[in-house]
Design a binder for this molecule. Sequence first.
Ligand code: HEC
Length: 190
Amino acid sequence: MANVRLLRSGLLVALGFAVGGLFAAISGHSSASAQGSGAVPPAPPTMADVQHLKDITPPMSHPMVDVGFNATNLYFAGQKKNWPLANYFLNETRNRIRWETDLNSGPKGTDGKPLDMKSIFDGIDNGSLTQLKNAIAAKDSKQLGESYKHLLEECYSCHKAANRPYLRPQIPMEAAQTIINADPNASWPQ
Ligand code: HEC
């Protein structure tokens, strides 16, 4: 899991360099022609370059791996009644779902047509994510537990709509992030 995350982060960095290189090539091209320097302009990107970018693009599931990670951390921060930490992981979860909906604009739905990911995100944003935010603000553990279940139901309804009924979430059994202390009364490090 950690290795996969590292590998995917590495790929993102590589992609950044590749895109940067392409832009540099394109802007170098236009400034050379604008100056009329007569220098041979670098070749514009080819289909092979585009294919290369596609090959090194991380899989669409990358943000979803992060969603699972952050939603797990949210659960354990809530269990410890560490409200600021729970709020942090709630925001992270929300951002990653939104990232997924931006990146993966249309996985095929059960009717074979692209899913309207944006509307599904808006529904969750106004649904369980808002409930969770309110529960955290009110420091209400019971409400947090119920809203969390509601969140998992909403996660699953998108997975089913996206033809992935086998991705059935559950209340997490183990914390995913153990280097951050979820205990709100911890006293070290100072
Ligand atoms: C808007 C739709 C949508 C929502 C909402 C959503 N998911 Fe997903 N999820 C997907 C899709 C689509 C995939 C498959 C990604 C792929 O195959 O490219 C996926 C895959 C996953 C995976 C597998 C990732 C992997 O490849 O290892 C996990 C874990 C996951 N989702 C967790 C969650 C959790 C937890 C929530 C709720 C907090 C959630 N998802 C909400 C659409 C959604």
